[in-house]
Design a protein around this ligand. Structure first.
Ligand SMILES: Nc1ncnc2c1ncn2[C@@H]1O[C@H](COP(=O)(O)OP(=O)(O)O)[C@@H](O)[C@H]1O
Ligand SMILES: C[C@@](O)(CCOP(=O)(O)O)CC(=O)O
Ligand SMILES: [Mg+2]
Length: 432
C-alpha cells in the first residue's frame, strides 16, 4: 500500500423528502460542490493509529495492540471474502470497543471515534501498520448538508483500500457516465451506511448514497432492510437556481430523527398521513424534474412543492424559528420558495429562486440574512462522488505540499482547502 493518499466525498442537499426517507418514502437529493477530504499518512510509530479531526477539535491516538482484535473479528461476517456491512450495528462489537473509547469525554468525540474504530476493525486488520487519519471539510458540520455521510464515505473508502477490499479509484470523471454497474462504489456505499448508523442510529441511506455516487438521485429505502434500496440517477437535473442558507443553529440529526420517531409512535395515523403526503410530493416532483421541457409552469410547480414540503416538515416538528425567519425574509423580498433541508431544527434552508428576480434583490436578501448571523453559500448541485488521490498521480513539484499533514492542518478556511485540493482543479483525482 502506497502512502500517503487522499480520499474525498461530497455533501448533499435534500430537495424533497427528508425524514420521510427514513420511513421508506422516496426522496430527491443532489451532491454539492462542498466536500470532506481525508488524508492518510504513515504514523511515525507503526503501533499507533491517530485521528486528527480539527473541525470537531478531536485529536486522539490508540495503541493498535490495545484494540481487542480477536474478540471483535470473531463477530465479523464475511461475504465473498469481504467483510459484510450488517443491517444493524453488532452490539457485541460496540461493547468490545467501549473499553478502548473510555477516555473520550465528550459525546461528539466518542461517537466520531466509535464510528472510525467500528469501520477500522472490520475493514483493516492488526497486521496493517499504524497510520494517521486527518479530516478537513468545506461543509458546515451538523447543518443538514450531510457532513456525517461525507466523512463516513471518506472513512469507508480509505479503510476499504487499506484493507485491500477495494482498489484505488481509476476513473476520470467523464468515464463515470458510462459505468452503470460499480461493485467497488457499492461496497463503499454499504460501509458508509454503517458509519451513518454510528452517527444517527436510523439513517435512510440517502446521504451516503449521494456522497458515494455523486450527481442527483431519487432514493428509496426498502421497508424490508434486507432488500437493497432503490436509487434512480437523475442525469439531467433541471437548471434550478438555489440559495443555501445556514442559520448556524447547531442541532443533531440523531436527536431530530428520534423526535419524529416519537411523533410517529404517539400519533401513528396522523403521522402516516403526513409521510404519505411527502411520498406523493416527491413522486410529483420527480415527474416534473424529469420532463424533457422544464419551463415556467414546471418551475412554478416546483416552488409550490417546496412550500408544501416545508409545511409538512413543520407539522412533524422539525423546523426552528431561525428557519422560519429565513422563509419570511425570502417571501417578503419575493425571491422564491424556501424549505428547510436535512434534519432541520436549525442548520440550513434552501430557497428556489424565481427566474425574474433581479440580482440586486437577491444580494439585498443575502445581506439581510447576514444581519441575523446566517451565511449563504454559493455552491453547485450534482457534484462529483467519492474520489481518491494517489501520491504518484500528482505533479512532482506539488506532491510534498499537497500530502503534508502540516499544510493540510494549516488551511484557514474552505477557500484555502479547495484552493489546493479541489477535485475539479487538482490533477490526479480519480473517481470510483
Ligand atoms: N469535518 C469533520 N471532521 C470530523 N467529524 C465530522 C466532520 N464533519 C462531520 N463530522 C461528524 O458528523 C457529525 C455531524 O453529523 P449530523 O448531526 O448528521 O449533521 P450533518 O450530517 O447534517 O452535518 C459530527 O458531530 C461529527 O461526528
Ligand atoms: C433527516 C434525514 O432524512 C436527513 C438527515 O440529513 P443531515 O444529517 O441533517 O444532513 C435522515 C436520513 O435520511 O437519514
Ligand atoms: Mg448527517
Amino acid at each position: 500500500m502506497t502512502l500517503p493518499f487522499f480520499v474525498s466525498a461530497p455533501g448533499k442537499v435534500i430537495i424533497f423528502g427528508e425524514h420521510s426517507a427514513v420511513y421508506s418514502k422516496p426522496a430527491i437529493a443532489a451532491a454539492l460542490s462542498l466536500r470532506a477530504y481525508l488524508l492518510v499518512t504513515p504514523s511515525k510509530d507503526p503501533k499507533k493509529i491517530t485521528l486528527n479531526f480539527p473541525d470537531v477539535e478531536l485529536s486522539h491516538s490508540w495503541n493498535k495492540e490495545d484494540i481487542p482484535w480477536d474478540e471483535i473479528q470473531a463477530h465479523v461476517q464475511f461475504k465473498d471474502g469481504r467483510p459484510l456491512a450488517t443491517e444493524e450495528l453488532v452490539p457485541e462489537i460496540t461493547n468490545e470497543l467501549s473499553g478502548v473509547l473510555s477516555d473520550l469525554e465528550s459525546s461528539l468525540h466518542y461517537v466520531a471515534s466509535h464510528c472510525f474504530l467500528y469501520m477500522y476493525t472490520h475493514l483493516c486488520s492488526k497486521e496493517i501498520p499504524g497510520m494517521t487519519f486527518s479530516i478537513r471539510s468545506t461543509l458546515p458540520i451538523g447543518a443538514g448538508l450531510g457532513s456525517s455521510a461525507s466523512v463516513s464515505v471518506c472513512l469507508a473508502s480509505a479503510l476499504a483500500v487499506l484493507g485491500g477490499h477495494v482498489q484505488h479509484a481509476t476513473l476520470h470523471q467523464n468515464d463515470k457516465v458510462t459505468k452503470n454497474h460499480n461493485p467497488e462504489a457499492d461496497f463503499i456505499d454499504s460501509w458508509s451506511l454503517i458509519g451513518e448508523k454510528c452517527y444517527h442510529g436510523n439513517p435512510s441511506g440517502i446521504d451516503n448514497a449521494v456522497a458515494t455516487y455523486g450527481g442527483a438521485v431519487m432514493y428509496q429505502r426498502m421497508k424490508n432492510p434486507s432488500q437493497p434500496s432503490v436509487r434512480t440517477n437523475m442525469r439531467n437535473l433541471p437548471p434550478l437556481k438555489l440559495l443555501l442558507t445556514n442559520t448556524k443553529i447547531p442541532r443533531s440529526t440523531a436527536y431530530l430523527v428520534g423526535q419524529v420517531g416519537k411523533i410517529n409512535e404517539k400519533y401513528p395515523k396522523t403521522s402516516a398521513s403526513i409521510l404519505e403526503a411527502m411520498e406523493h410530493l416527491a413522486n410529483d416532483a420527480y415527474q416534473i424534474m424529469t420532463r424533457p421541457f422544464f419551463g415556467k409552469e414546471e418551475k412554478e410547480k416546483m416552488r409550490e412543492l417546496v412550500n408544501i414540503n416545508h409545511g409538512l416538515l413543520v407539522a412533524l416538528g422539525v423546523s426552528h424559528p431561525s428557519l422560519e425567519n429565513i422563509k419570511i425574509i425570502s417571501e417578503v423580498n419575493k425571491i422564491g420558495a424556501t424549505k428547510l433541508t436535512g434534519a432541520g431544527g436549525g442548520g440550513c434552508a434552501i430557497t428556489l429562486v424565481n427566474d425574474d428576480v433581479a440580482e440586486e434583490t437577491i444580494q439585498r436578501t443575502i445581506d439581510e440574512f447576514k444581519t441575523h448571523g446566517y451565511e449563504t453559500y454559493e455552491t453547485t448541485l450534482g457534484g462529483k462522488g467519492v474520489a481518491s488521490l494517489q501520491f504518484d498521480l500528482v505533479k512532482e513539484d506539488l506532491r510534498d505540499k499537497v500530502f503534508s499533514d502540516e499544510a493540510f492542518a494549516s488551511y484557514k478556511d474552505r477557500f484555502e482547502i479547495d484552493g489546493v485540493l479541489s477535485v475539479d482543479n487538482l490533477e490526479g483525482w480519480r473517481f470510483w
